[in-house]
Design a protein around this ligand. Structure first.
Ligand SMILES: Nc1ncnc2c1ncn2[C@@H]1O[C@H](COP(=O)(O)OP(=O)(O)OP(=O)(O)O)[C@@H](O)[C@H]1O
Ligand SMILES: [Mg+2]
Length: 212
C-alpha cells in the first residue's frame, strides 16, 4: 500500500512522544507518528542497563500500543465503550503511524482531555459519574494499565452524557502479567490504580461493588 501523506495542517495535538494527525481520508480517525522523543533507538540507548536487554520494539509506543489493543479485544465488545478502535499500523511520509478512532464531541470538535475539561469546567458531578462508569469497566474485566493520567483520558461530550475514553497509556507495565492469571491479585491491582488516580487528582471516586 502507498504510504499515506500527512501534512502539517492535519496535526491536532502533540504528546510527549507522538504527533497526532486527523486521518486524511476519514475525519473520525487519527494517525499517530513518533516524534524525535519517541524514537525507539534513542530511548533504548538512554534506558537504564537492565532495560537495555529488551528488544528495540519494546521502546516503540505505537508497537506496544498495537499489542495492547489486541489484548484488550480479548476482553469483549464492552471495551469499545471506553477505548477507541484500532485499525492497525500504516506507513506514512512521517514513518509508521497507528490508526485509531478520533474521539469527537456531539458538536464535532475533538474531545477535551480530562485535564482540559477540569480546567474549563471544574470537577463536575457529571465528570465524576463518567469516571466511575469508566473505571467500572476496568474492575469488571480486570483491565490492567500503567498509571492512569489525566492527559491520556478524553471526555466525550455527547448530546446527553459524558463518556470517558482512554486514548494512551494502556497496556500493562508488568513484565510478568501475574494479574492475568490470578483474579484476586488483579482485582486488588485495579482497585489500587483507581485509588491512586483518585488521590492524585483529588477526586474522591467511589468504588461500589460491580456485578461480573
Ligand atoms: N483518539 C483520540 N481522540 C481525541 N484526542 C486524542 C486522541 N488521541 C490523542 N488525542 C489528543 O492528543 C494528545 C496526545 O496524544 P497521545 O497521548 O497519544 O500522545 P503521546 O505522545 O503518546 O502522549 P504522552 O505524552 O502521554 O506519552 C492527547 O493528550 C489528546 O489531547
Ligand atoms: Mg499521552
Amino acid at each position: 500500500m502507498e504510504p499515506i501523506h500527512l501534512s502539517d495542517d492535519l496535526i491536532f495535538a502533540e504528546g510527549g512522544r507522538r504527533y497526532c494527525f486527523v486521518h486524511p481520508d476519514d475525519p473520525n480517525k487519527c494517525v499517530k507518528t513518533l516524534n524525535p522523543n519517541g524514537d525507539p533507538r534513542k530511548r533504548k540507548k538512554e534506558a537504564v542497563w537492565y532495560k537495555k536487554l529488551r528488544p528495540v520494539s519494546m521502546f516503540d509506543d505505537n508497537k506496544r500500543e498495537l499489542k495492547s489493543f489486541e489484548e484488550l479485544a480479548k476482553k469483549g465488545e464492552a471495551v469499545w465503550n471506553h477505548f477507541p478502535h484500532c485499525y492497525g499500523i500504516q506507513s506514512t511520509n512521517r514513518g509508521d503511524g497507528i490508526v485509531t478512532d478520533l474521539i469527537r464531541d456531539a458538536d464535532g470538535l475533538v474531545s477535551k482531555t480530562v485535564r482540559q475539561y477540569v480546567a474549563a469546567n471544574g470537577k463536575t458531578t457529571e465528570l465524576l459519574g463518567a469516571l466511575e462508569a469508566f473505571f467500572n469497566l476496568f474492575r469488571k474485566h480486570l483491565i490492567i494499565t500503567r498509571d492512569v493520567l489525566d492527559h491520556n483520558l478524553v471526555v466525550q461530550a455527547g448530546d446527553e452524557k459524558l463518556t470517558i475514553y482512554m486514548i494512551d497509556g494502556f497496556g500493562s507495565s508488568e513484565v510478568l502479567p501475574f494479574s492475568r492469571w490470578l483474579e484476586s491479585v488483579g482485582e486488588k491491582k485495579v482497585a489500587r490504580k483507581i485509588a491512586r488516580f483518585s488521590a492524585r487528582y483529588n477526586l474522591n471516586l467511589r468504588q461500589k461493588p460491580v456485578s461480573k
